[in-house]
Design a protein around this ligand. Structure first.
Ligand code: ADP
Ligand code: MG
Length: 702
């Protein structure tokens, strides 16, 4: 291809996929540095959006600052001081001045900040203004060097700040981006004109320019709106198409609802269903009766009783003379299904089997035979279910529990074991609506909000425990065991690897067994243990042969030991709220109250707020909203793992309304033009497929 200016718009868009090395001023060295930031292609460079702007059109003279306002100021560095008022405390103070006054930038324990400045240079500070003994200060302000060479050029402008890396100054990076934008931003706009008009959005080209180099803050806002909407629309379109593909021209099973097995099973359930359970069962059975394949998500906090809802669906399958598979993410859980649901199915006269990685070969062969002939109606199991060799005679219902542990591909793999099988996914992870619309955007949803045993506050007490009060927490465990109860100790989250997590759990178990609870029976459970070993430990705990179970977070999912009443969680501040809430749901499941002791030393205001929230609230959905707000979507989401393109501009926290709009537009488009084949949708269709394909590549290669 020739020079960018000689290219057609389409050629320019194609050039986005060329290596970044092709862009102006990008030599091998800079290409390497860009690569470290994940900028591999020309397009990556064009879409390397600034993470903030420095608005030099609205700088304030230093004399006009006021306490408490957010401001951007410009001045020359007058004095740089490094102070050591106490051992282990360094304070760097950098004084800047303009014609009207002075201001101090202050940094605690970042001694290197002193070396970043030179007397006389021009800099901009952005941050919150403090007034301290008559002196204006900013604590750890954002700093932009205006430098002699382009200081004047930046004055009165909005300066974009792009994330850079060591060895590549922000100024250089800005220049690389500017050149790439000049050369490659003029590409076809994939948004249909009709949608752009309806939503009042600027063109793609204008948005790229406006995002990187806005002249006014309005221009930046308009650019951001367009790009955020664009991301959300493409995401929702991908989901809408995926859903359409699942439903289109596949005639599914129209299940029989009023059969004998269902009646027998309903009669065997030993309690009255909650009204949420009744509603969820009705929604699921309605889907199952329809020939349109079901794609439904059952969302219900721990203890809301999802299992019995699933049982009704299984019975309907038996009445229809077809088969069902129910897949759990761990062997412990799969066994638990069999133990809980098996007797219920037996009583209703429904044949079932359990298949896991540790099923002995002979038994496995026998089960597979029964599944192939159709003798086995319900097959419980783990990932073992989606392996080759498992062939159903007529699978009509696939249930996946704790869906967040499985990728979309595994979910689909189970469904593909049948022809247009109905799909029910269940999750105990309470997620906010914006997240549900994204991660599970291709599914219908049923909610279980009500708990059969009250709202939880009467069943579980949660307390924050300072580490210095450890020993009293251990006394709580001893007291519970003396009363015949059992306890969990959950080890710290370890980022590094399963192996390290497992090792630290083993060490902690050893310490507890020898130094703290030497009179108690202590067991340990880690993700690194062999499945059979894990299962044996779990069974010993369930049988009451162990008093204390030390574990990594593997117990998070679904484990049900009603006699366990105390849980200690180490380093609680490192867990997400949803995860803490799920962990906590493991105690107080039986007739006795549960007590959760969080060992935490919240370091930041954010982690303190989270710890207070978990102590105060027992509403999983409220906690999930809180987590999303406090921690941001990034950490919670990992949407790429779910086969969805990552959001670079849009935010599931701040753009919840825009998401609803984009979803409406996306599902509307697919309704009118199910495969996006109309000429007006052609470019959009290509863009959506491109974005989803990129995720697939990244997920597969990484
Ligand atoms: P989860 O939604 O966490 O999977 P389970 O299905 O394991 O919840 O149910 C939790 C406990 O509540 C189980 O012991 C179950 O038998 C019981 N349960 C479920 N529904 C009801 C109900 N409507 N009334 C009383 N107990 C119920
Ligand atoms: Mg159906």
């Amino acid at each position: 291809m020739g020079s960018p200016s000689a290219m057609t718009r389409v050629e320019r868009r194609v050039a986005w996929d060329l290596p970044a090395r092709q862009a102006r001023f990008v030599d091998d060295g800079r290409a390497g540095l860009l690569g470290k930031m994940g900028i591999d292609t020309v397009g990556d460079l064009v879409t390397h959006w600034p993470f903030r702007y420095l608005d030099l059109t609205r700088t304030l003279p230093l004399a006009r600052l006021k306490q408490g306002v957010e401001a951007t100021v410009v001045g020359s560095v007058r004095r740089i001081q490094r102070k050591h008022p106490r051992p282990r405390l360094t304070i760097v103070e950098v004084a800047i001045a303009d014609e009207t006054g002075t201001l101090l930038g202050v940094w605690f324990n970042q001694p290197w900040m002193a070396d970043r400045f030179m007397e006389g240079e021009r800099v901009a500070f952005a941050g919150k203004v403090d007034l301290d003994f008559g002196m204006f200060k900013m604590s750890a302000p954002f700093v932009e060097k205006l430098g002699a060479e382009d200081g004047s050029g930046n004055a009165g402008r909005i300066v974009p700040v792009h994330k850079s890396t060591e060895g590549l100054t922000t100024n250089w990076l800005r220049r690389l981006v500017a050149s790439a934008v000049d050369d490659y931003a003029d590409v076809p706009d994939h948004l249909p004109a009709e949608i752009r008009l309806r939503r009042g959005l600027v063109s793609l080209r204008a948005a790229i320019h406006g995002m990187h180099f806005p002249v006014t803050t309005d221009e930046a806002a308009a650019a951001r709106l367009r790009l955020a909407y664009d991301e959300l629309l493409c995401l929702q379109l991908g989901l809408a198409l995926r859903r359409h593909e699942m439903v289109a021209d596949s005639r599914g099973h129209a299940h029989v609802l009023d059969g004998d097995a269902h009646a027998r099973l309903a009669a065997e359930v030993p309690f009255a269903l909650t009204s949420d359970q009744v509603d969820a069962i009705a929604e699921i059975l309605e889907d199952m009766a329809s020939p349109r394949p079901m794609n439904r998500l059952l969302l219900g906090d721990v203890g809301t009783g999802k299992t019995v809802v699933a049982a009704h669906a299984l019975a309907v399958v038996a009445d229809s003379d077809t088969q069902a598979a129910m897949m759990a993410p761990t062997e412990v859980l799969a066994v638990q299904y069999a133990e809980k649901l098996g007797p219920l199915l037996d009583a209703a006269g429904i044949s079932w089997a359990l298949l896991t990685g540790s099923t002995p070969a002979a038994e496995r062969a026998q089960i597979l035979d029964g599944v192939t002939t159709g003798e086995v109606t319900v097959l419980f199991g783990t990932h073992a279910l989606i392996e080759g060799g498992v062939t159903f005679a007529r699978l009509s219902l696939a249930i996946v529990d704790e869906q967040h542990r499985f990728g979309v591909e595994q979910r689909l793999a189970l469904r593909r074991k049948g022809e247009a099988a109905d799909m029910l996914v269940m999750t105990a992870t309470p997620i906010p609506r914006s997240l549900a619309l994204t991660r599970f955007g291709d599914l219908d949803t049923s909610y279980l909000r009500e708990r059969p045993h009250g709202d939880g506050t009467d069943r579980i007490t949660t307390r924050l425990v300072d580490r210095s009060h450890r020993s009293s927490a251990y006394d709580t465990v001893r007291a519970a065991v003396a009363d015949g109860r059992q306890a969990y100790v959950v080890c710290p989250l370890v980022d590094e690897s399963d192996a390290i997590a497992a090792r630290s759990a083993m060490k902690e178990a050893e310490r507890l067994a020898t130094e703290v609870f030497d009179e108690l029976r202590v067991g340990v459970l880690t993700g690194r243990m062999k499945a059979a070993e894990r299962l044996a430990t779990m069974q010993r705990f369930r049988a009451g042969e162990l008093d204390v179970l030390v574990s990594t977070t593997v117990i998070e999912v679904g484990v049900d030991v009603p006699n366990a009443t105390v849980m200690i969680i180490e380093d609680a501040e490192r867990f997400g709220l949803a995860q803490l809430h799920q962990l906590r749901g493991r105690v107080g499941r039986g007739e006795h109250r549960g007590e959760v002791l969080l060992f935490a030393e919240p370091g930041s205001a954010e982690s303190r707020a989270r710890m207070e929230a978990i102590v105060r609230s027992h509403d999983g959905f409220a906690l999930a909203e809180e987590d999303l707000r406090l921690r941001g979507a990034g950490q919670l989401l990992g949407i790429a793992q779910h086969g969805l393109p990552e959001l670079g501009v849009a935010s599931l926290v701040d753009d919840a309304d825009l998401l609803e709009t984009a979803r409406l537009d996306a599902f509307g488009l697919v309704e009118e033009d199910p495969s996006l084949t109309l000429p007006s949708n052609a470019a959009l269709s290509v863009e959506v497929r491109r974005r989803f394909a990129q995720v697939r590549e990244r997920v597969q290669s990484g």
